[in-house]
Design a protein around this ligand. Structure first.
Ligand SMILES: Cc1ncc(C[n+]2csc(CCOP(=O)(O)OP(=O)(O)O)c2C)c(N)n1
Length: 350
């Protein structure tokens, strides 16, 4: 199993090319988080969904790799981290130039290879001596089944939510445009849904140390030096935290923000395993009642707000068209059952 985490590979194209070749082998499965910037339809980024609810006996007997090969650092998927720590593979090799500070995420690192991953795979590719195996096929069968169930769930689920909205939005992002993603749930939803796109979008996220700060500033900064349409998709806490970034005279007209306003830090309802008292939990969740309308009025931005799929579909039909001002679309999901719909989604493709 090859697992690619956060990285800024210098030679993305070459590495992608060689990984695509490697991925053809029947004994290898490649998971690539979007933060690795290595995409291809041969590599899988929806890791959380794939391994959610996996039968532990099946993992131990047939899905757990003999060799785990990691490249890059942080991994977003909590589920794969859990499995690899709890039921580790026989060997874990980490690859990378000058990556000696690799934090040994799974506590079982057996070797560190100080080598450019591209060269490593080229050598492997040339000296191909892989065992006969149906390892990849076993994973593929599981993945195909999950995707079928995912599509069925999304079709069947009639209630609007962060999940419904984002599934739709990711399918509409204009070709050749740039996506900037907020931290928190946005990047996680993106990982789930982007695997299936016919063409990949260039996407960026202020992941680094997982801070929510500076995402709006970074996106606006990028749009100032880019000729392409830049769209920032961001949660409300991250947006309001850095909303001062709107106060500048240089934001291009073709800059877009899609604000997923669930009026709290929804991630804490989803990823915290521990139960906290309501009083304590309030400090995590940070409920509020802010909306971006007044800010847009003050900075003279186009503004629209939607709270259902039909209206979202309508606004997106002209959202990216040429306009005289930057445009912010607020998606109000306050009264939606976001966390349960997300959980049911994962559960349904178990
Ligand atoms: C600078 C900084 N402060 C606090 C946090 C902790 N934190 C992580 S996610 C999050 C909430 C994000 O909420 P939002 O942007 O609304 O996204 P959602 O979870 O609703 O998708 C917070 C406060 C952080 N990561 N970085």
């Amino acid at each position: 199993m090859i697992l690619l985490g956060l990285n800024n590979f210098i030679n993305k194209t070459k590495l992608t090319k060689v990984l695509k070749k490697i991925s053809l082998d029947e004994s290898i499965i490649i998971f690539s988080e979007t933060t690795s910037q290595i995409n291809s339809n041969k590599l899988f980024s929806n890791i959380d969904q794939i391994v959610y609810g996996i039968d532990i006996n099946k993992w131990i007997k047939i899905l757990k790799p003999n060799i785990l090969l990691t490249i890059g650092i942080n991994i977003l998927s909590k589920n794969i981290k859990y499995l690899l720590r709890k039921f580790p593979p026989k060997y874990h090799w980490h690859l990378g130039n000058n990556c000696k500070n690799y934090p040994d995420t799974y506590f079982k690192l057996s070797s560190y290879w100080n080598i450019n991953p591209e060269y490593f795979f080229k050598i492997i590719e040339k000296n191909k001596n892989f065992p006969n195996s149906n390892y990849k096929r076993t994973w593929e069968v599981l993945i195909e089944d999950k995707i079928k169930k995912q599509n069925f769930f999304i079709k069947k689920e009639k209630n609007f939510s962060d999940l419904k909205a984002l599934f739709f939005i990711f399918s509409k992002i204009p070709k050749k445009s740039i996506l900037q993603l907020g931290n928190s749930m946005i990047i996680r939803y993106y990982q789930l849904f982007i695997s299936k796109r016919k063409y990949k979008i260039q996407s960026y996220c202020n992941r680094g140390i997982s801070g929510i700060d500076g995402s709006v500033s970074t996106a606006i900064g990028y749009s100032i030096v880019s000729k392409k349409i830049v769209t920032l998709i961001i949660g409300d806490i991250s947006f309001f935290y850095d909303s001062n970034a709107l106060w500048n005279n240089y934001t291009p007209k073709n800059f877009r923000i899609i604000l997923i306003n669930n009026k709290c830090g929804n991630i804490f309802k989803i990823i915290l395993n521990k139960k906290f008292s309501k009083k304590t939990f309030n400090f995590f969740e940070t409920k509020h009642n802010l909306c971006a309308y007044e800010l847009c009025k003050m900075y003279k931005w186009n503004y629209n707000k939607v709270s259902d799929l039909n209206r979202l579909r309508y606004i997106l039909s002209f959202f990216w068209k040429k306009s005289n001002y930057p445009f912010l679309l607020e998606i109000d999901t306050k009264n939606c059952n976001n966390e349960n719909i997300f959980r049911n989604f994962l559960y349904s493709s178990k």
